[in-house]
Design a protein around this ligand. Structure first.
Ligand SMILES: [Fe+2]
Length: 228
């Protein structure tokens, strides 16, 4: 199984406070049968430049590499990029794609989506990048439907979708509305539940989950495992 969205890089964001936490997170995921993980630290355009973000991520990568040889998943480097108006003009935004690919994981603002946000997502797609919208299970259904229709985004669902009331129903509606290409734990800290929930999501969704896995594999076909 693949975890397409995880905060497991030490010190790269608030997802892991150090190497021990990262090791525990990766160990937990591996134990649940997750063999490939996309590390997606938060990228906040108001706070970071692409250069400073990548420098910090690179330091985290060097730390993770000291774990080479341990029983753990393959790790790919990406980012979870917060959409703001005009972010498509940000210098070097294409460098936030999952390394080796043209796939970029985006997240929408916490408040209501505005026109400028839809436009930014649309233009990122027009730049030749392939946007995947993170945790679409969190957004209002009409907003995500519009994103899918007008901006042609692919979508990722978080493992926690099944844990809330009415989760199965919500999940099947998302499959009806969106092009779901990935599942993610969105793990922060040593939350053992996140890894278990992700495995459960794959298991519960059966054939649909296997199709999601095929899509994720295809998106990652040129991605670089940092341990190689
Ligand atoms: Fe996240």
């Amino acid at each position: 199984m693949i975890d397409f969205h995880a905060h497991i890089l030490p010190g790269a964001d608030h997802g892991s406070d150090g190497l021990e936490t990262s090791k525990a997170q990766l160990g937990c995921l591996f134990k649940e049968g997750i063999t490939r993980v996309v590390a997606t630290p938060h990228f906040y355009p108001q706070r970071h430049s692409v250069d400073t973000f990548l420098e910090r991520r690179d330091r985290a990568k060097k730390e993770i590499l000291t774990l080479k040889g341990a029983e753990m998943p393959e790790v790919y480097l990406g980012a979870e990029v917060l959409v703001c108006g005009g972010i498509d003009h940000m210098e070097g935004i294409e460098r936030l794609c999952i390394e080796g690919t043209d796939v970029i994981l985006l997240e929408m603002p916490f408040h209501t989506f505005r026109e400028e946000h839809y436009e930014a997502v649309y233009r990122i797609g027009r730049m030749g990048l392939r946007p995947v919208m993170a945790h679409v299970d969190r957004y209002p259904r009409e907003d995500i439907a519009r994103l899918c229709e007008e901006c042609d985004v692919m979508c990722q669902i978080n493992a926690e979708v099944l844990s809330g009331f009415g989760g199965s129903k919500r999940l099947s509606k998302l499959f009806d509305t969106c092009n779901i290409v990935a599942f993610g734990s969105d793990i922060h800290g040593s939350d053992k539940k996140a890894a278990k929930s992700l495995a459960r999501l794959y298991n519960k969704t059966g054939d649909a989950g296997r199709e999601v896995l095929d899509s994720s594999r295809a998106l990652l076909s040129d991605a670089k495992n940092i341990f190689e």
